[in-house]
Structures are given as C-alpha cells and as structure tokens.
Write a protein that binds this ligand. Structure first.
Ligand code: ADP
Length: 623
C-alpha cells in the first residue's frame, strides 16, 4: 500500500520529526491522526490485514504494524506485549512509528503483571480514562529493573490507554496497546478497530509460530540424517563427538551443548566435547561426580532429564553456568548400558519441548552406535599393537631358545666326546666333573623344554592340574635338591611352624619354586645368600618367598616382569641368558591355584619374589 491509496494521505497524519522524537514527561507533541470516517478506517484495516497475512516472519508482521497502524487509530504510542511459549511472561515490543517512542523494547514481565496482565487474564479490552490512568509518575517503580509499559507512559504524560488482547478463539498470545496524551482518546470505534486488528495480528503470529516450528523440525531432521552419515564414517571418538556437539548447537540454536563419557570405576562423568558460550570455562577433561548435577542424575537414574527452570530444580548444581535456565540431559547407551550423556542448556526458561527431546534421543542412539564402533576400532588398534609386540617378542624368544638349546647341547657333546676319546686316561675326579657338566646341561635343556611345553599347553588351555595335599617342607627340599647351586651361593629355608600343607598340584608348584630359585641363583652372579621362606599369610593362605642378594630390578621394569617373554632391559641382566618365559609361567600356575605373585626389589641389593597359595588341612577332602 502506498500513502496515495490511503484516506487522507494527501495530508500526512504526522510530522516526521515529531514522530521520530522520543517522548519526554510533559511532552505534548502532535499525535498521529487517522482518517475520520469509521468505514474508511475499516477498509484500510482490511488492506493492512492482507499485508499482515502475507508476512512470513514475526519481524515482518511487526514491521507492517509499525508502518501502517497510524492509518487506523489516533495514538501517540503503540506497543505489543507477547507471551512466551509457556505463557509465563511477556515481552514488550515498541510499535510506534520508527520505534522511537522511548518505550523500552524487550523488557520482560510476569504474565499477570500490569494492565497487559489483566487484559491477558480477562481476555477482554481495557480502556483507561484519565481518572484511572493519568496522574503522577509511578514513583514506587522508579529504579525497578523493568518498568511496566503503563508506568513509562504515565510518566511520559499519556492520559488515555487502550489495551486489547491478541486473541484467536480461546488462545491469547499477548496484547496490543495504544496510548494518547489526549483525554478520552479511545472511544467505541477505536476499541472495535483495535480488536479487529489484534485478531488479525494474533492469527498471523500463531501461523508464523507453527511455520517457524515446522522449519526448525525440518532442520533438526536434516541434522539427524547428516550426523548419521558423519558418525558412521568417523572412527576417531574425540573428533567425532566434538563435531556432533558443534553441529547440534548450531542447528538447534541451543546456547550450550556438551557430551560427557562415563567413568564407572571413579563414579564420574568426564567432558569430551563442548560447544557453546561456556566451552572456554569447561574444557574437555572436566570431571563431574555421578552425585552432582542433572548430568549425574541422568546417569544414576538411567533416564532423560528435562528441567524447564534449573533455578527451581534441586538436581541442578550451578558451577559457572549462571545464565542457564533450562537444561536437558539424555543418556547415550551402548547395548543398554549408559556410556555417556548429551547435555543441552539454554538461557530461556522452558526452552526445550518433547519434540526436541525426541530428536536428541534419536541422535543419542546414533552417538551410541558411533561410540561403540569407535571403541571397537580403538580396541582393534590396541590388539594390533599388542600382536605386533608379541610377534617381536616371539622372534626374540625363538632366537634365544635356539641359542639356549644349542649351548647346553654343545657342552654335553664336548664332555661326552672327551670321555669317549680317552676313557682310560680319565681319573675318577675328572670323570665326575665331566658327568656333572653333562647332568647340569641336560637339566638346563629339560627346564627349557618344560617351559616351552608349558607355554604351548597354557596357550591352548590344555594344561591339566591335579590338586592334592602338598607338604610344603618336602616341596621346598625337593626343589633345592633339583636346582644347581654354585659354590658361591648358600641356599637356606625357613618355615613358620604353623605351615604344614597346601592345596595344589605338586609338580606345578615345584615348577614355580624351581623357576624362582634358579632365577635367584642366576641373577646373583656374585653369589650370596638365597633364602626360601614359607609363612602364614592369612587364615586361608600362606606365602612362599624367595629372597636373593643379586643384581635387583629397576622399579620402572617391575610392571612388565610377569608378561610373556619379558626380560629386564639393563646391560647386566642382558648378559645373563634366559627366555623371559619363567615368570609368566609362574604367574599362570599361581593364578590357577587362586593365589597371587609379586616382587619387591632394589637394584644392587637383591630381590624377593613371593606367591600365595591356599592352605590345606590334612582332613580336607580334595577333588
Ligand atoms: P628368564 O628366562 O629371562 O630368566 P624369567 O621370566 O624367569 O625369564 O624372568 C624374566 C626376567 O626377570 C629376567 O630376564 C630377569 O631380567 C628378571 N629376573 C627374574 N628373576 C630375577 C631375580 N631374582 N633378580 C633379578 N632379575 C630377575
């Protein structure tokens, strides 16, 4: 519509500079004058209604009102009060020409406050005459954070106020207000026109809300599809979750989006991805106890939490998020178990609805599958790394074994050949020396063969155990007699008088003790005392410990000692030959007996290897 088409447009209703001026108390500037005839104004209203109907956004509707309203109703100030989705508060929007009435735009008030509150509640217009409206500025409200529109208008010298509901059918979504400095400015005609206009505006705003909501939903569904593709193609978890948080925040226009993963052993959730206003305050790695906040509640109660007003919610724990008003936490599950939480926050109250929750829950299902894939991939990578390491250790082992088999065999062949060559020339002492070499080296071969065989059987799960009552003193004595001890070492044993029998496989237990004792001797090249002790450990178990005064083990290498093929990586240890299998076999056997094995050691001072084994009483029945 152009000004030429409007009634009275030849004579512009208001001087531009006057309309642009802000109102000041006592300012009696000229009002906007609409055409006189009621029918003329109704037909103008019809044209404006068509424009409003064609508007595609709230801003457009308000723009039409700002430009055109002056043609229908004589007023000085026009404003709208729009209720939020939850009808808990309204926001004031100044609608005077060019919006420069001085009325503060954007102030919020509780739904029932002031004149607009009354109109919303009663769903009928209010026209206030001078007696009810004019008067001194509302001193009581001075300094208050948010001034009600009528308080401002009163202080700006307005003497008439007309407020009509923005209503369609039963639903009221706010009010439309007009003020004038003239007394009795709004009569019956003005009330009818204002109500007709308000109905058109209300219908258009409601249509628009539905349209905008539909657009938002479409964007959300597109987001779900897009993310589904990204999530299935990315296997790096951190990267994947950061991208998801960022996209969700941008598409859904949430103020803050974070993704936590669950650390069950520590009963904590830790932040892995964060996008939004507070991402700088809470970087990745931030930890939160299960007992804290809405995120914690969602994990411990295994349910989605939607809090419309965190200030009223006892589950909420405020940290840096002082502006947060709404929060929603949705569990992310992998095979029914919660592995994480998607948390969204907003500074508006009741910012999320059921459809948001459904969209985000669908996303969480996809995040769950993506996390599972990424975890599987991670596990695969680790297994692969282990296999590569294992392969390397196995090659080392083969090298060691072939060497270890060859050198005792060479010694045996050498000693036996010498005996064969000159049997008569060998005296009794020499003969014993040669035979000792042969027996010792053959024993070394047997141990190596036994270790290799045990490993193969253990790996195949074919090592059988035959449990029996084992006399611990006999076990120790037998072991000592079987291990070759050089003249530089002294081996003794000490027994707690309470120690008698243990429950175990005697052959396997002897293998453990034999390994520990031969290591004690082997890794004490300078000789020294080796002691085997058997003592009471608990009512159920006793402990057997082998202590030496040898080279010891650096603290940083102790952790890997009981792994297969693991050998201490120091020049001193490397000089002494071995396969790195003995301690692994010991640990497997002790584990099969329900015990534990460990070591305490000091470099240069010696080591103590100890294991626990179950006590047995002579009257116990063994399977
Ligand atoms: P190996 O055949 O190499 O002796 P083990 O599995 O028995 O294999 O031992 C693993 C490693 O632990 C050895 O290579 C050695 O470095 C270290 N070790 C074992 N027992 C002792 C000990 N009593 N004193 C010092 N180091 C030891």
């Amino acid at each position: 519509m152009t000004d030429q088409n409007k009634p009275g447009s030849d004579d512009p209703p208001v001087a531009e500079d006057a309309a642009a001026r802000e109102l000041a108390p006592g300012d009696k500037g000229p009002s906007i004058v609409p055409p006189d005839s009621f029918t003329g104004r109704v037909s103008t209203l019809h044209e404006i209604a068509l424009q409003i109907d064609a508007a595609r956004s709230n801003d457009e509707i308000l723009r039409v009102l700002r430009n055109e309203i002056r043609w229908i109703l004589q007023h000085r100030v026009c404003f709208a009060c729009l209720l939020n989705t939850f009808h808990s508060e309204y926001t004031v929007i100044a609608l005077s020409p060019q919006g420069e009435s001085g009325l503060k735009d954007g102030t919020r008030h509780p739904a029932g406050a002031g004149v607009s509150g009354t109109v919303i509640m009663n769903q009928s217009p209010l026209c206030l005459d001078p007696a009810e409206f004019a008067g001194e500025p509302a001193g009581a409200q001075e300094g208050a954070a948010e001034q009600l529109p009528e308080e401002f208008l009163k202080s700006a010298g307005m003497r008439s106020l007309l407020v009509v509901p923005l209503r369609t059918g039963d639903e009221t979504i706010g009010t439309l207000g007009f003020a004038s400095e003239a007394e009795g400015a709004f009569g019956e005609h003005e009330i009818v026109l204002a109500q007709l206009l308000a109905t058109q505006v209300a219908i258009a705003l409601l249509h628009n809300a539905v349209f905008e909501d539909a657009q938002r939903r479409i964007a959300q569904i597109e987001l779900v599809n897009e993310l589904a593709e990204d999530l299935t193609s990315t296997l790096e978890l951190d990267q994947l979750l950061s991208a998801a948080a960022e996209t969700i925040r941008k598409t859904c226009s949430f103020f803050d989006v974070s993704i936590f993963l669950v650390d069950r052993p520590r009963q904590e959730a830790y932040l892995v991805a964060h996008s939004g206003t507070h991402a700088d305050f809470l970087p990745a790695g931030y930890r939160q106890k299960f007992s804290e906040g809405i995120v914690g509640w969602s994990i411990t109660h295994d349910e989605r939490v939607m809090s419309g007003d965190v200030k009223e919610d006892s589950r909420y724990s405020a940290n840096f998020y002082t502006e947060t008003r709404s929060e929603m936490s949705i569990p992310i599950r992998v095979e029914h178990e919660i592995v994480g939480v998607l948390n969204v926050e907003d500074e508006r109250r009741h910012a999320f609805d059921e459809t948001d929750a459904i969209v985000l829950e669908t996303l969480c299902d996809q995040l769950g599958s993506a996390i599972k894939n990424a975890q599987l991939y991670d596990r695969l990578k680790r297994t692969n790394a282990k296999l590569t390491e294992f392969d390397r250790m196995k090659s080392d082992f083969l090298g060691i074994v072939s060497h270890d088999f060859r050198s005792p065999l060479a010694s045996i062949v050498l000693a036996a050949s010498a005996l064969l060559k000159r049997p008569d020339a060998v005296d009794g002492r020499r003969l014993r020396e040669y035979l000792t070499v042969i027996v010792d080296q053959a024993n070394r071969l047997i141990r190596l063969a036994e270790d290799t065989l045990s490993m193969t059987k253990m790996e195949a799960g074919q090592l059988n155990y035959f449990f029996n009552m084992v006399n611990i003193e006999r076990l120790i004595k037998d072991t000592i007699s079987m291990v070759t001890v050089s003249g530089r070492h002294t081996v003794t044993y000490e027994l707690d008088p309470r120690v008698g029998f243990v429950r175990g496989d005697p052959t396997k237990l002897r293998q453990v003790l034999q390994n520990l004792l031969s290591n004690a001797v082997k890794y004490s090249p300078a000789g020294g005392k080796v002691t085997i002790r058997a003592a009471h450990h608990s009512s159920e178990q006793l402990v057997v410990a082998v202590t030496d005064e040898g080279i010891g083990i650096p603290a940083d290498q102790i952790g890997k000692l009981f792994q297969k093929f693991s050998r201490v990586d120091t020049p001193q240890s490397k000089e002494i030959k071995g396969s790195g299998l003995g301690l692994w076999i010991c640990r497997e056997i002790v584990k099969a007996h329900g015990g534990q094995i460990w070591v305490e050691s000091q470099v240069g001072k010696g080591s103590t290897f100890a294991f626990t084994v179950k006590k047995a009483h002579p009257d116990t029945t063994l399977e």
